[in-house]
Design a protein around this ligand. Sequence first.
Ligand code: IMP
Ligand code: MG
Length: 185
Amino acid sequence: MKIESMQDYQNKIKRVVISKEEIDAAVKRAGRYIDSLYDGRPILLVSILKGAFVFMADLCRAVTVPCEVGFMCAQSYFDSTESSGSVRITMDLTQDISQYHVVIVEDIIDTGRTLCEVVKILRGRNPLSLQVVTLLNKPSRRQVEFDADLALITIPDYFVIGYGLDCGEYFRNLPYIAEFNAEEE
Ligand code: IMP
Ligand code: MG
């Protein structure tokens, strides 16, 4: 994907599919879900980088239980809108999670491969408990069976950008979620 001007950049943003207000409401829902589940017990929120960094920043401020944050980098997309099919953990947590109630914070579940792999790895480390919260869910695209404990917004099969989600590393800073325009102008 080539972006050489502001015009190129804006042409890639087809239409807003989830507004900032809808995202805010979903984040609040997730905060209440986590608060009620852990009822004052401390938790570790684990964000899957890079896509989930924006959701993590908002979600950690929507929960009121004592919480620590941790980051893991899992890569499956390489500068394209198609998954490569394999998942690599390129940065791991620094915490020993055996003493933690862990909540995985993900931006989107697409084929399901990333979370399937991450959950397998983290379960193997025997956390006190493990939950998965995702902002977006594309169930029609699943390649491996995987369900989050809380999936906030279900979307059809189109590629989305914004609020942490990228295409070719751009658009993560959009405050809303938009459909990506894949057509060359
Ligand atoms: P999965 O392993 O196929 O479930 O894909 C998970 C990762 O792919 C997500 O964490 C995203 O980083 C990326 N991804 C999947 N669908 C989209 C999309 O529509 N826009 C941007 N990134 C996506
Ligand atoms: Mg991601």
